[in-house]
Design a binder for this molecule. Structure first.
Ligand code: 13P
Length: 251
């Protein structure tokens, strides 16, 4: 049985004051043990969020890491081992905003995934197609290629220490979530791709859905057989909404 995970990606949002308020709201949530919960603040707020959530059910992750796992001359970058030292447990790799706006290639994403593992973090590999690719009928090919590139880099056995998040680019921040059926189709394809290399890794892999998840849509999405939780953007900036989404995954 896979334990659902709900993670909040705060992106480049928040001030010291608003983040402190959000942390306080998260501390008040009654969260079921059936679901794992994490938030990913911006690097500058990591230390405060980690301290504020210590002792709570909510763990801390980061939104990115360097391809260099340890110390290196990489001005402006943050390594997985530095994040682990900050008590981070999770890190997003390959978010579509980094792929499209910051030019991260599949090769760079694969390098970051490997570095995250080396640094002791759990990588959350983000994959997803653009609207153009969906309309051209290329969704499964695009997502399959994104996953395959990382499989080639680290081998399927290392996916036992990772999570995958399917986030259709057109659904992110648009208010237009994929339907539960659309998401399920892609999740099942990702699991089948893993199963062709390892049944046990495929069976245990948590595949999260992300893209305009709201309290009102969460239960239907999380009710699908291959959707094991969510990666939440906008709605994770409100503790009550985030809590409602976590509850939808935990029962
Ligand atoms: P939204 O929930 O705001 O659509 O963002 C999803 C996302 O990109 C999470 O990583």
């Amino acid at each position: 049985m896979r334990r659902p995970l709900v993670a909040g990606n705060w992106k480049m949002h928040g001030t010291c004051a608003s983040v402190a308020e959000l942390v306080e709201g998260l501390r008040q949530l009654q969260l079921s043990d059936a679901v794992e919960v994490a938030v990913m603040p911006s690097f500058v707020h990591l230390a405060a969020v980690e301290a504020g959530l210590r002792g709570s059910r909510v763990e801390v992750g980061a939104q990115d890491c360097s391809v260099e796992a340890g110390q290196a001359a990489r001005t402006g970058e943050v390594s997985a081992s530095q994040l682990a030292d900050m008590q981070c447990r999770w890190v997003l790799v390959g978010h579509s905003e980094r792929r499209s706006l910051l030019g991260e290639s599949d090769a760079v994403v694969a390098g970051k995934f490997a570095a995250a593992l080396q640094g002791g973090l759990v990588p959350v590999l983000c994959v997803g197609e653009t609207l153009q690719e969906r309309e051209a009928g290329e969704t499964l090919a695009v997502v399959g290629r994104q996953v395959e590139r990382v499989l080639d880099e680290v081998g399927v056995e290392n996916f036992a220490r990772a999570v995958i998040a399917y986030e259709p680019v057109w659904a992110i921040g648009s208010g237009l979530s994929a339907t539960a059926e659309q998401a399920q189709e892609v999740h099942a394809a990702i699991r089948a791709q893993l199963a062709s290399k390892s049944q046990s890794v495929a069976g245990a892999m948590r595949i999260l859905y992300g893209g305009s998840v709201k309290p009102s849509s969460a239960a239907e999405l999380f009710g699908m057989p291959d959707i094991d939780g969510g990666l939440i953007g906008g709605a994770s900036l409100n503790a009550d909404d985030f809590g409602a989404i976590c509850r939808a995954a935990g029962c």
